[in-house]
Design a binder for this molecule. Structure first.
Ligand code: MN
Length: 173
């Protein structure tokens, strides 16, 4: 299969400039760009042309979907913010969502903490927050996912687009 590259950001909380910058940097050069919610922007904003975006708990604009399933020729991506799946307390419901979508990759946000982990066939990815990091890793981050027939690689980048190598994870397909 062709190598597919996905860019994933989340929880930009009103910072339109960083969304615009990441979009400008990658659009046309990668296979897809995702925003996992809590942008706090209008769902009608033309910044969303070409970005898969879902609703967060801080998005009061009702124009955003709560979840998106995006089908690529070789794999399926399920995407949701996470608050509707109670992810502060349990992974069970998010896992069920991923299983029902038969997802190879499940994208979420909400926790503002970068994380890449696998359960069953699904690789779960939280890109962290591009504005408000929480937890041990005090860095504003977004994620790049590279999918080949052999592996799913998850890498994190700073707002200056520098690789944050300590967080790189590689999962066999
Ligand atoms: Mn948030």
């Amino acid at each position: 299969m062709a190598t597919r590259t996905l860019i994933v950001m989340s929880d930009s909380h009103g910072d339109r400039e960083i969304v615009k910058e990441i979009k400008g940097r990658y659009q046309g050069k990668v296979d897809a760009i995702f925003h996992n919610g809590d942008s706090e922007l209008s769902s009608k904003d033309d910044i969303w042309d070409g970005i898969y975006v879902v609703a967060g708990n801080c998005d009061y604009d009702s124009g955003y979907p709560n979840r998106l399933i995006t089908q690529f020729p070789e794999f399926t991506v399920a995407q949701t913010h996470g608050h509707l799946y109670n992810i502060n307390f349990t992974w069970d419901r998010l896992d069920l969502f991923a299983q029902e979508a038969d997802a190879d990759i499940c994208l979420y946000g909400h926790l503002h903490r970068p994380a890449a982990w696998r359960n069953g066939k699904t690789v779960f990815v939280n890109p962290g927050s591009v504005l408000q990091p929480r937890g041990d890793i005090n860095e504003k981050l977004y994620a790049k996912i590279t999918v080949t027939s052999e592996e799913i690689k998850v890498e994190y980048f700073t707002r200056q687009h520098e690789l944050y190598p300590a967080l790189t994870e590689v999962f066999n397909r």
